[in-house]
Design a protein around this ligand. Structure first.
Ligand SMILES: [Zn+2]
Length: 675
């Protein structure tokens, strides 16, 4: 989708790089140096400075004391307070594990460690947030509160004044985490015990913890997007995909082109790094910045480092890493370059706490993806990346996550360790079509080749759990949770088109609006849909061109909710929309200007269309989903609980917002009553 590949707000801060927490470290030696210089001046200048002597000595002493104090403070902040024999809790966050599939695979013997944990402790469903979207649910996990408190209610949000869209994964304007309120790991008992967070969603910029944190979902690529890939081809015309398409120029037997680099918003997007590709039989040599990489046809390259330089004087360096894959088809040569990750060894801005942790981790386990959402699902959806290439990438990313966890488990003495795995979410989004005969994209061939992907992914998560339990050796608690379940996405609902037909949304001309609410006549529009589950009233005083008066809003909300729930899918007469929640009923009156007025809970099999998420209103009302992106979880929250397992019955939760507080309570209790 377009928004995924558009930087919406400035993201490269020319002054950026050093977080405030590092200032004492930098300032302390400077103060100390000034103090020493003054002291030396006093020693050698003799009589000349005699008059000012006492003042200078006073200043020097003050500066030395201040410097030492700041240095001590900085040291203290980074210190670890883990002790042998302390409480240990490992939380494994598996995105999108579906309870019915977990039960099925457990019964089939594919998940022996889940079965063992279920026997030993607790295993049940975990209520998710309304709506059941990952950023919303993980924000509730982090803060122990609902969307009305943490402020995230959809992947995509709109600015009510301008109707402009943005992603809710990171606050780029203020360079702050996107959620409001304290995180459960800020609890004194956990802070005292220490915490390690591995790629927890929405932890960018990295939160300060007594321990380590590596940012996850929310870290953008080097072009400031969720993931812009580059596609190079010798073919004359390539259909317009979401990535950037570049032409190859032939130079004898060599193909030449360039990789588009980062840019500062408001400045020209002209930074390019040239490379060439020399193809010989089934191997190609890719040369960029004086380095050469050998690429076998249809196999991913190793990490390719590309350093870009920005600014008039080329002073700002942006170190990136990527992987590439090439192939031949019909006499043409194609090359796919994955979106640019900030190099974890020297990222443009800190993606970890402490800031050097990302580099130390790379030293220990090798270079890894730093993009918040590293799976190249867009490449597959656009018909560019093959399933096999995508699955090979999944393997690489999953391997990185496993190595990160193993590395931390090996030195885990006490405290909290949270590790997040996006793999089950990515696998189910892309391969539901291979195991659901009722899916419009299902074929027998697909099932034969890729029907194994989802069960194998679940078994792999079981292996992660098994190794975690083995590493703990019975000393400490293990918690497993998923943020929501999963369901088929067979029919796409054009919600704005439905609102248009019902007379709530008006267009300036014709019957369609291409995207981003472009053709909307606000003077006659009372409601519009943006994001995956959100409907907003065009409220006077809140929306830039709002017309709905505050006193009308409650009645109008109930009216729209009733009509949407009664809407039928023509031929089948099924109800695509199971339940519409009025925000004030579930979130209370306190919800802010960025919260939707209605939250749409789709019936199993249905989901908002991609066009709807961007505020578009196409001609039809519904259509079959024939895309590879075939499973989803943006339906009614009541039908999509996640799973919860815990090795200790004393650590239990039934709602995703209760997990964090339960963990904090566990630490509090254990600290006062050590086992
Ligand atoms: Zn998902």
């Amino acid at each position: 989708m377009a928004l995924w590949s558009q930087p919406v707000v400035a993201y490269i801060d020319p002054t950026g790089g050093l977080p405030p927490s590092m200032w004492p470290v930098v300032l302390a030696p400077i103060f100390a140096a000034i103090a020493a210089a003054l002291f030396a001046a006093r020693l050698f200048a003799g009589r000349f400075l005699k008059r000012f002597g006492p003042v200078l000595i006073g200043a020097a002493v003050l500066l030395i004391v201040a410097g030492l104090l700041m240095f001590w403070l900085a040291r203290k902040r980074g210190a670890e307070t883990t002790k042998a024999g302390a409480v240990r809790v490992v939380v494994l966050g598996f995105d999108g594990l579906e309870p019915s599939l977990v039960k099925q695979y457990m019964a089939e013997g594919r998940m022996p460690n889940f079965s063992r944990l279920a026997r030993q402790g607790v295993f049940h469903e975990l209520r998710t947030t309304v709506p059941p979207q990952s950023p919303v649910a993980w924000a509730s996990f982090i803060t122990g509160a609902g969307p009305e408190k943490h402020g995230i209610a959809d992947f995509i949000v709109r600015d009510p004044k301008t109707y402009k869209l943005d992603l809710s994964l990171a606050d780029r304007t203020d360079m702050a985490v996107p959620w409001r309120g304290p995180a459960f790991w800020d609890d004194p008992a956990i802070q005292k015990a220490g915490a390690t967070l591995l790629r927890v969603p929405l932890t960018f910029p990295p939160p300060k913890v007594n321990g380590r944190a590596l940012s996850g979902m929310g870290v953008w690529d080097a072009r400031g997007t969720e993931g812009t890939y580059f596609f190079y081809s010798t073919a004359p015309d390539v259909p317009d995909p979401r990535g950037i398409v570049c032409r190859f120029e032939r130079d004898g037997g060599t193909l030449r082109s360039a990789i588009p680099g980062p840019y500062r918003v408001g400045e020209d997007d002209t930074v390019r790094e040239p490379f060439d590709l020399a193809v010989k039989d089934d191997t190609a040599e890719l040369r960029v910045q004086g380095k050469s990489y050998l690429l076998k046809e249809r196999e991913w390259s190793d990490w390719i480092s590309v350093e870009f330089r920005l600014g008039k004087l080329q002073l700002q360096k942006v170190a990136t890493v990527t992987r590439a894959i090439w192939w031949r088809s019909g006499g043409e040569t194609d090359l796919y370059v994955s979106p640019l990750n900030f190099d974890p060894a020297r990222p443009l801005f800190p993606i970890s706490c402490p800031p050097d942790y990302s580099a130390k981790l790379a030293e220990a386990i090798g270079t890894y993806h730093t993009r918040g959402m590293p799976y190249d699902t867009n490449g597959v959806s656009d018909g560019i990346l093959t399933d096999d290439a995508f699955l090979a990438q999944c393997e690489t990313i999953l391997g990185e996550n496993e190595r990160m966890l193993a590395h931390e488990l090996a030195r885990f003495k006490g405290g909290l360790l949270v590790a997040y795995f996006e793999a089950p979410d990515a696998a189910q989004h892309m391969y539901w079509r291979a195991m659901d005969p009722e899916h419009p994209a299902y074929t027998k061939e697909l099932a034969a080749r890729y029907g194994r992907v989802i069960p194998e992914c679940y078994a792999r998560m079981d292996g992660v759990l098994g190794r975690t339990m083995a590493a703990l050796g019975g000393r400490g608690a293990v918690v497993v949770l998923s943020d929501h379940g999963f369901a088929p996405f067979r029919r796409a609902v054009h919600l704005n088109s439905i609102l248009r037909n019902m007379g709530y949304l008006a267009l300036k001309e014709g019957r369609t609006s291409p995207e981003l609410l472009k053709n909307v006549d606000w003077s006659r529009t009372r409601a519009y849909a943006v994001g995956f589950n959100s409907v907003y009233l065009n409220l006077a005083g809140r929306e830039g061109e709002g017309i709905v008066r505050a006193e009308e809003s409650a009645g109008l909300s109930v009216e729209i909710a009733g009509k949407l729930e009664a809407f039928e899918d023509g031929p089948s007469r099924a109800y695509p929309i199971k339940k519409v929640y009025v925000a004030s009923d579930i979130y209370g009156k306190a919800s802010g200007a960025n919260m939707p007025d209605l939250i749409v809970g789709y019936a199993r099999g249905y989901r908002a269309s991609w066009q709807t998420s961007l505020g578009a209103a196409p001609e039809g009302l519904l259509e079959d989903n024939k895309k590879p992106w075939s499973g989803d979880h943006l339906m009614d929250a009541g039908d999509l609980p996640g799973v919860f397992l815990s090795s200790d019955r004393a650590l239990d939760a039934h709602n995703i917002a209760e997990v964090g507080p339960a963990v904090a309570k566990y630490f509090g209790k254990s600290a006062s009553n050590p086992k």
